[in-house]
Design a protein around this ligand. Structure first.
Ligand code: NAP
Length: 285
């Protein structure tokens, strides 16, 4: 691309930041849409995110992403915050507004978009969340926001599942049932959408899986694994073997970027372009 006097800058604040795939997403979209925009990584140390946000605004930076360790720390430095991001307590996208930035959680709205694109409608559905860590907690808020009927949170450590269930139920009014992972056979006999949000099966432990009973997978209509390395986790293999559709966390990564790009530029990114970006992400892994 040609950088000139009108080039707009977007970027990612993180520590570390060198491993990021986000420049691939944004620079590919900008190039294809003919936007004069460049996306760069910014190494911002813990404790410095407030200065970084102030500096970015004064430098006329159009939009920012925030990653570890800044997703919660950035919140006090925002001018406004989207209600879903506020509930979750984590922001990964900053959109320039008058006088500062508005924070969003496009990790979750991106996962929501990925589900829509895959034909998964959460409204009125029963959902199983496997895990109760940071990712699962955010997904629980998304499922509540998308009006799931009942959300079952299964976790190895029951107390953590209960903590997340209580918090999300209190803030959203959703019906959430925490369970120990070992009680999975006590789930009601019906079909579920299941989001695998534990770190079990993450590369290099490709052969691990959180549950290996085929009977569990026979109750799934759709299985979504937040892990994207390996691309086909044991969890996804078991879903497919037992008749459930599935997709991995690369779509969440893709659409968190797509939704951020749309917010920054007030555009809509088409399906063909999303597919082209997804292919580039797969190549880059
Ligand atoms: P986290 O806060 O550390 O939570 C880890 C979860 O995994 C907890 O529920 C933990 O259960 C469970 N777990 C870990 N080892 C286990 C084992 N041996 N047996 C049973 N359960 C186990 O991690 P996180 O930030 O939520 O991330 C979870 C996963 O989501 C990771 O694989 C991460 O790569 C993925 N992720 C993907 C994206 C994306 O863009 N696609 C974004 C964020 C996260 P206990 O509570 O019992 O310890």
């Amino acid at each position: 691309m040609t950088i000139d006097g009108k080039t707009r800058v977007c970027g990612l604040m993180g520590d570390p930041v060198e491993h990021t795939l986000s420049p691939i997403i944004h620079n590919t979209i900008a190039e294809h849409m003919g936007h004069n925009l460049v996306y760069v990584p910014f190494h911002v140390k813990k404790g410095q995110v407030g200065d970084a946000v102030k500096g970015a605004y004064e430098l006329n930076v159009l939009g920012m992403n925030a990653t570890v360790p800044h997703k919660s720390d950035v919140i006090p430095f925002l001018k406004e915050i989207d209600p879903l991001a506020e509930n979750i307590g984590a922001v990964n996208t900053l959109v320039r507004i008058d006088g500062g930035y508005k924070g969003y959680n496009t990790d979750m709205t991106g996962l929501g978009r990925a589900m829509e694109k895959e034909g998964v409608n959460i409204a009125g559905k029963d959902v199983i969340l496997l895990g109760a860590g940071g990712a699962a907690r955010a997904v629980a808020f998304l499922m509540a926001d998308r009006k799931a009927d009942t959300i079952f949170i299964l976790n190895r450590t029951y107390e953590k599942a209960k903590e997340v269930a209580d918090e999300v139920a209190l803030k959203t009014g959703a019906r959430i049932i925490p369970m120990p992972m070992s009680d999975y056979e006590k789930l009601p006999l019906k079909k579920f959408v299941c989001v695998q949000s534990t770190s079990v099966g993450l590369h290099p432990n490709d052969e691990d899986v959180i549950l290996d009973d085929p009977a569990f997978y026979q109750q799934l209509e759709v299985g979504i694994d937040l892990i994207y390395k390996p691309a086909e986790t044991k969890f996804l293999q078991l879903c497919r073997k037992n008749g459930a559709n599935g997709f991995n966390g690369l779509k969440m990564l893709l659409y968190q970027g797509v939704v951020a790009y749309e917010l920054w530029n007030d555009v809509s990114v088409g399906d063909e372009l999303c597919k082209a970006v997804e292919r580039k992400l797969i190549e880059a892994q």
